[in-house]
Design a protein around this ligand. Sequence first.
Ligand SMILES: [Mg+2]
Length: 277
Amino acid sequence: MEAIVEGSKYECLLFDLDDTLYPLSAGINLACRKNIQDYMLHHLQIEEGQIAEMCLELYKEYGTTMAGLKALGYEFDNDEFHANVHGTLPYDNLRLDPVLRALLLSIPHRKIIFTNSDKAHAEEVLRRLGLQDCFEGIICFDSLNPPALPCNSPYKPLSPTSDELSADLKESDGSTPKSPILCKPSIEAMEAAIRIANVDPDKTIFFDDSIRNIASGKAAGLHTVIVGRPTLVPGADHALESIHNIKEALPEIWDGQDWSESDGVLASTAAEAAVVA
Ligand SMILES: [Mg+2]
């Protein structure tokens, strides 16, 4: 099924996980944000009144709040953070998705997950969706930030005490402190994923629900698909309201594929996909 299709425009599909392979309405994102804020309050002793804004600012500046906290110099164990943030997520909200499964298994190219989350969370989500055997691998926090690399930030902890958190993110020379964590949307993370997956970006399609990840993916030379929106965003080549609409929006993915075996499965799931979408 995943043999290279001769003359095909594409060779590999990179998929974000959260809010891309399942909808935002599942509530995982919201619960995750609450858990991060609880961790900031109880483990990092950050003043409660500052947490919501700080969380958002760091997320916007660094791609993940965790990467931003490390940039500010907060020291904590990565695994402990992930266990706290993902340990109580409402995974029961995620249901098996046989429609998506049939679509993915019919795609005659390599398929890889590319997520900022840790491996344990990624595996749990894929298991709940029934998609764990649809991908050849998972590029995740653990792949981008292997434990062998130094985890301690060289930066002194900043203690934001004013409402001007964005000002606190600036060094004395006006620059923003770098995070030791590699994650989307940094171009370095995109390039690392391309290297780890060993793909030609010009023959790779990147699916993500994040506008800035899509812009960065495009800058790294990938074909890009924004998921969860009906219209294009800057840097996106295609827009999918739901991941279930892949075939309608990008039929060329299946170019050269013999449909005699998979047509029946996909036809029977099309009506369901329309409802889910
Ligand atoms: Mg996402």
